[in-house]
Write a protein that binds this ligand. Structure first.
Ligand SMILES: *Cc1c(COP(=O)(O)O)cnc(C)c1O
Length: 386
């Protein structure tokens, strides 16, 4: 049996082991920052954050201010970095969450300086007098956030250093092709480290960080003072192939259950648009999970599920709340109420997030992150309820 129509079972021990493995690979002098944005890539941000910390992550990162606030509301402590751009309102939320922020413009640093002035002791006793910590963001090729102009960024750094209440905590960049082109990434790393050397004259203790999971694993020189790993923390492969090749263990299993089981005669159809027609007598198992749960509609006539330890094709369209699985002419011992695995293992069979991603031409990141709030999350440690 399963406890919910759409159940994400997350093995926190796997997250912990993935972090411990990354920790051991990057070496003692390098900090591990676990990226838990977007609900921990669909794994549950709070629980993933705690498991990552237990596995040796000393920093956490999120993309959005609200994500930082949610972690603090869940009593997650320790250094926390908001990676993304922030509106003025979001900046307040991030700072209230005692998060470090990324900056690349003088205008933004001026905003920060005004916040710091307001927070001076006496103005707000609870915020105390801790400096607001800034990480300068250099763009070495992503073309997204940050500035490409190292001279201008250094001036931004000087402004941070000269502004009361602000601290120049670090400098960062983000590689666009770490999973595809190590040589290009190494050249981009050189651009960043050249900037880092200049910055160190201004702030000798600034933390330099650049690597995502792929770079942390494949380009040791990119580890610098800290790596920011997301996908690998969850045991998913940055290259979209087999996580086991890097010793990583998938933490997430996605389950549903057989809510209906019925025969389908030749000529009869399944789902909206009648896009599947039986040519032979067969049996259809209906699982109450659909795109409303984040199980993508692109899996229509292109999906798979494990029922009774067997791989069975998804037939017809994925609807908002249900999918249909063709279990073949002989359902055997399969019964209504039996569990169905959409991501995970059953018997000797496995459906990996990487396989699902390949089926619909996307990446494993999007498969797990797609899970919606309608899904029920259950946490365990190697099978023992957590
Ligand atoms: C999401 C993100 C990461 C983590 O990337 P992975 O490929 O999941 O390891 C690191 N840095 C930044 C800036 C990010 O946005």
């Amino acid at each position: 049996m399963t406890t919910s129509r759409a159940l994400a079972r997350v093995n926190l021990a796997a997250i912990e082991r993935n972090c411990a493995l990354l920790r051991s690979q990057i070496g003692a002098g390098v900090a591990l920052c676990a990226v838990v944005k977007a609900n921990g890539y669909g794994h549950g941000a709070l629980q993933a954050a705690r498991a990552a910390q237990a596995g040796g992550a000393s920093w956490l990162a999120v993309a959005a201010a609200r994500e930082a606030a949610e972690l603090r509301a869940g009593r997650i402590e320790g250094p926390l970095l908001v990676l993304g751009a922030l509106t003025a309102d979001e900046l307040d939320v991030a700072l209230d969450a005692d998060a470090d922020v990324a900056a690349w413009s003088e205008e933004f640093v001026e905003q920060l300086g005004q916040r710091a002035a307001r927070r001076e002791p006496g103005a707000d006793a609870t915020a105390g007098s801790r400096d607001l910590r800034v990480h300068l963001k250099l763009d070495v090729g992503m073309g997204r956030l940050g500035t490409r102009d190292a001279d201008a960024l250094l001036r931004v750094g000087e402004l941070v250093a000269a502004t009361p209440g602000l601290a120049l905590a670090g400098a960062m960049t983000h590689f666009p092709c770490a999973d595809e082109d190590v040589e290009l990434t190494a050249r981009e790393l050189d651009v960043f480290t050249a900037f880092g050397e200049r910055l160190r004259e201004l702030a000798p203790d600034a933390l330099l960080h650049a690597a995502n999971s792929a770079a942390a694993i494949a380009l040791p020189a990119s580890r610098l003072d800290m790596v920011r790993c997301g996908i690998a923390v969850y045991g998913l492969d940055p290259w979209g192939r087999d996580p086991a090749a890097h010793g990583l263990e998938p933490a997430l299993e996605l389950r549903s259950w057989v809510a209906a089981l019925k025969p389908l005669a030749p000529g009869q159809t399944v789902g909206y648009g009648a896009s599947f027609t039986a040519t032979e007598p067969t049996w259809i198992a209906t699982l109450p999970i659909g795109y409303g749960d984040g199980f993508r509609r692109a899996f229509s006539n292109n999906g798979v599920a494990l029922l009774g330890g067997r791989r069975c094709p998804l037939v017809g369209r994925v609807s908002m709340d249900n999918v249909c699985i063709d279990v073949g002419p002989d359902p055997g011992a399969l019964r209504v109420g039996d569990p169905a695995i959409l991501i995970g293992t059953d018997g000797g069979e496995r459906i990996a997030a990487e396989e699902l991603a390949a089926r619909i031409d996307t990446i494993n990141y999007e498969i797990t992150t797609a899970l919606t709030a309608r899904v029920v999350w259950e946490f365990h440690r190697d099978g023992v309820d957590a």
